[in-house]
Write a protein that binds this ligand. Structure first.
Ligand code: PEP
Length: 252
């Protein structure tokens, strides 16, 4: 049975002190939840990882980095390796977020290297995919997602692939206030699961957690999560306030 997950992506927000406070507040509220089966992850800035990892109970909240280097180690000034991230107690890493793809020119080949390094270091990748507005307008969204999965993930062995969480994030919905309709989300998630089934097998597809991301908030999370192939969300803006984030978790 696949896991339902709500993951926050704080992006480049919160000082260390603010980050610690927010993490503690989220933990406190998640601890009170009746349904303990929903995985809660917070994707936080690199410099927060060791400190926040130390103060949270990892049985209640898991920690994700927002990126990792495509190189294992060495003379790559400013980079942070998967091994370094793992050494802080972090469990997940977001790879291929649309902001990394567009502002930092990360292509599928580079992202595939990152995924493999993450897995080698026992980090679970949250692999982001999604089309641009123009691509959707031209009906190319399925081709785009297919290519991102083919080049980014589908050369992984079965065992490696079982560690992957996929996040479908239509780029036109990220930080714009515009959300995919529940029908658009379901249609794409169903398509992604079918691709996983074709490239691996039906059981692997059934066990793969596929999150929706893109202006997901307390007011729309319930109708998005109600879809059979939507297993939770990757939440940007609304993960910066504990109350909103918790309300989204409660939408299940
Ligand atoms: C994101 O950054 O992954 C995201 C979905 O952002 P937002 O929720 O703000 O659209």
């Amino acid at each position: 049975m696949r896991k339902r997950i709500v993951a926050g992506n704080w992006k480049m927000n919160k000082t260390l002190k603010e980050g610690i406070e927010l993490a503690k507040e989220i933990e406190l509220q998640v601890e009170k939840q009746k349904d303990k089966s929903i995985g809660v992850i917070i994707g936080i800035p690199f410099i927060h990882l060791p400190e926040v990892s130390k103060i949270v109970n990892h049985k209640i909240i898991s920690i994700a980095a927002q990126n990792c280097s495509s190189e294992p180690k060495g003379a790559f000034t400013g980079e942070v390796s998967a091994e370094m991230i793992k050494s802080t107690g972090t469990e997940y890493v977001i790879i291929g977020h649309s902001e990394r793809r567009s502002y930092f020119n990360e292509d599928n080949k580079t992202l595939n290297k990152k995924v493999k390094l993450a897995l080698e270091n026992n980090l679970n990748p949250i692999f982001c995919i999604g089309e641009l507005l123009d691509e959707r307008k031209h009906g190319k969204q399925f081709d785009v997602v297919n290519k991102q999965l083919n080049e980014g993930l589908f050369d992984l062995a079965d065992e490696e692939f079982s560690k992957i969480i996929i996040a479908y994030e239509p780029v036109w919905a990220i930080g714009t206030g515009e959300t995919a309709t529940p029908q658009q989300a379901q249609e794409m998630h169903e398509y992604i699961r079918k691709l996983v089934s074709d490239n691996y097998n039906a059981e692997t597809a059934d066990n793969t957690t596929i999150l929706y991301g893109g202006s997901c908030k307390p007011s729309n999370a319930q109708e998005l999560f109600a879809n059979p192939d939507v297993d939770g969300g990757l939440i940007g803006g609304a993960s910066l306030k504990a109350d909103d984030f918790i309300e989204i978790i409660n939408s299940f």
